[in-house]
Design a protein around this ligand. Structure first.
Ligand code: C2E
Ligand code: MG
Ligand code: MG
Ligand code: MG
Length: 289
């Protein structure tokens, strides 16, 4: 899909321009109109409590459907939106929608779920970011305790003082803070201790399977233990096989997320999925073990 999108994008440019420059320019221009043209949607991916094997929450993931390019994956447009600054408005849209749709879904299902939303470094630079989060919660009639913001380690350490004061403000609102993609950057838990964090999300590159089993077994165990010692819950990303699930349960990893359970889905599909599960019509993940 991404390839097709790029192929379409090439046509509009002179052949001597580099392919990457052309693609970026085309996407950048298209991104400027995407919000107004209603081209964004949020998908939700269930997160599973590995102790109880119940659905504990969902991560909201941005999707961009362009009329010509098709579905452009976040990996292709988030970086461009960050560079141009568009991520401020796009990211705020995602946060507001996640609160609104998440809270509405919980009301219909009659069950609390934690909704996590990704936030880029650039968004945090807005001096009134905490106020914006507060406004999004109010607009969606969403319980602050059920919102989790996912930040990466590099975002947090980019400006230590700013991060520390902002996280304090966010914690005062009642929202939870997760470190996303842990293991891809500095992976320095001692350093992260200074921040009021709640959740550590292990990057899925940690769970890459090798012939003899799961790689990085010792690392994962050590990280889970250290995180617990620091009072953090651990979520594993990219759980794709029963073997990995079993391993995570053994290492006392708290939650898991991945294709083994469910892919990110549009809100109506995730509602159907959750309803079916609550009604006992879906195989509980316990059956996967
Ligand atoms: P992320 O926050 O680390 O999200 C997890 C990514 O892993 C998602 O990719 C998800 O679809 C994918 N994934 C989930 N389970 C599996 C699995 O079992 N196997 C594999 N191979 N992949 C799995 P996605 O949706 O393409 O998003 C990519 C990244 O884009 C996200 O990584 C996040 O950093 C960024 N992003 C997405 N939505 C937003 C947003 O609303 N705001 C911001 N600032 N960034 C976003
Ligand atoms: Mg994330
Ligand atoms: Mg991640
Ligand atoms: Mg990420």
């Amino acid at each position: 899909r991404a390839k097709a999108a790029r192929r379409n994008a090439y046509r509009f440019f002179e052949p001597d321009m580099s392919v990457q420059v052309k693609t970026r320019m085309t996407l950048d221009v298209a991104l400027r109109h995407a919000l107004r043209r209603n081209e964004f949607a949020l998908h939700f991916q269930p997160r599973i409590n590995l102790q109880t094997l119940e659905i504990s929450g969902m991560e909201a993931l941005l999707r961009w459907k362009h009329p010509e390019f098709g579905t452009v994956p976040p990996a292709e447009f988030i970086g461009i939106a960050e560079e141009s600054g568009l991520i401020e408005t796009i990211g705020m849209w995602a946060l507001e929608e996640a609160c609104m749709q998440g809270a509405a879904l919980m009301r219909r299902l009659g069950r609390p779920l934690r909704i996590s939303v990704n936030v880029s470094a650039r968004q945090l630079q807005a001096p009134d970011f905490a106020d914006r989060v507060s406004a999004a919660l109010r607009a969606g009639a969403m319980d602050a305790q059920l919102l989790e913001l996912e930040l990466t380690e590099s975002t947090l350490i980019e400006d230590l003082d700013r991060s520390a004061s902002l996280l304090k403000e966010l914690k005062a609102l009642g929202v939870a803070i997760a470190v996303d993609d842990f293991g891809t950057g500095y992976s320095n838990l001692a350093y992260l201790r200074r921040f009021p964090l709640d959740v550590l999300k292990l990057d899925r590159s940690f769970l890459v399977q090798q012939d003899e089993g799961i790689s990085n077994v010792a690392f994962i165990k050590a990280f889970v233990d250290m995180a617990h010692a620091l009072g953090l819950a651990v979520v594993a990303e990219g759980v794709e096989s029963p073997e990995v699930l079993e391993f995570l349960c053994r290492t006392a990893c708290d939650e898991g997320q991945g294709y083994l359970f469910a892919e990110p889905m549009p809100v109506d599909a995730v509602e159907a999925y959750l309803s079916a599960w609550l009604a006992g019509a879906l195989p509980a993940p316990a059956a996967l073990l």
